[in-house]
Design a protein around this ligand. Structure first.
Ligand code: URA
Length: 237
């Protein structure tokens, strides 16, 4: 097997996306043949050398798995939480591979979360070049006027940078609140909540209902299912 850059090997082994892998290397958590490597660009022959993360040798030929979880509210999407809050991986009973979430959902957001051990795949679908759409169902306080909805659709300034155009659909008007669907193709932190805050409507509940063309469907909250090759194609289509 030819030599490859260490961060690429970590991503292929499903440890993290390539960008996060660099951070793990920088933190001194990765060894090659027992030696801590902290500089980028180190080339490794995975057939001859032993790469380990936190002392645990990586299985470089591990089967790739792809999961869709209906994340409940009240879970963090990081792999551990300093505050001891529940983590999404605790919901993956029966999965022994170490998978990580593709992107993030807030603690108080529910819905579609993809998890995988395929770092290259995660990198690809998170890359802004692919402009993968994420659709959310939001319940907001009050009834946004057509002018305010137009602001969301055209893009508005958030933390000094304009959001890309969004698609917005009103699903239901209720006493005191409105349910809308909003489709964006960026993954900025708390983006949907901040977009509604910018038009002065507080988000009461938020649920991601589709990732690209892949819909959450009837998957019950807290449950997951394995994605098929056809599902994976839907994400990028
Ligand atoms: N936008 C948000 O505000 N929160 C999420 O979790 C995802 C998108």
């Amino acid at each position: 097997m030819p030599e490859e850059r260490l961060q690429k090997i970590l991503a292929k082994a499903g440890l993290a996306s390539r960008r996060n892998a660099e951070e793990l290397i920088r933190q001194g958590k990765v060894t090659v043949d027992g030696k801590v490597i902290t500089e980028m660009g180190c080339r490794v022959d995975p057939a001859r050398q032993v790469v380990a993360f936190e002392g645990r040798p990586l299985s470089l030929g591990e089967e790739k798995i792809y999961l869709l979880l209906n994340k409940p509210r009240g879970y963090v999407t990081t792999l551990h939480d300093p505050q001891g809050r529940p983590i999404v991986s605790s919901l993956l009973t029966g999965i022994t591979s170490r998978v990580f979430p593709v992107g993030r959902l807030d603690f108080d957001t529910e819905g579609a979360l993809i998890l995988t051990n395929d770092g290259d795949f995660a990198e690809r679908i998170l890359h802004p070049r692919f402009e993968i759409e994420r659709t959310y169902q939001a319940e907001v306080r009050g009834l946004p006027t057509p002018e305010k909805i137009r602001l969301l659709e055209e893009g508005l300034e958030l933390e000094g940078k304009k959001t890309w155009p969004a698609r917005v659909k009103i699903i239901a008007r209720q006493p005191g609140s409105t349910i809308l669907e909003i489709t964006i193709h960026e993954g900025r932190k708390r983006q949907v909540r901040l977009m509604f805050k910018a038009i002065e409507h507080r988000v009461l509940t938020l649920k991601r209902i589709a990732y690209g063309g892949l819909r959450l469907g009837a998957l019950p909250t807290g449950h997951y299912r394995r994605l098929t090759p056809a599902d994976l194609e839907l994400i990028v289509s």
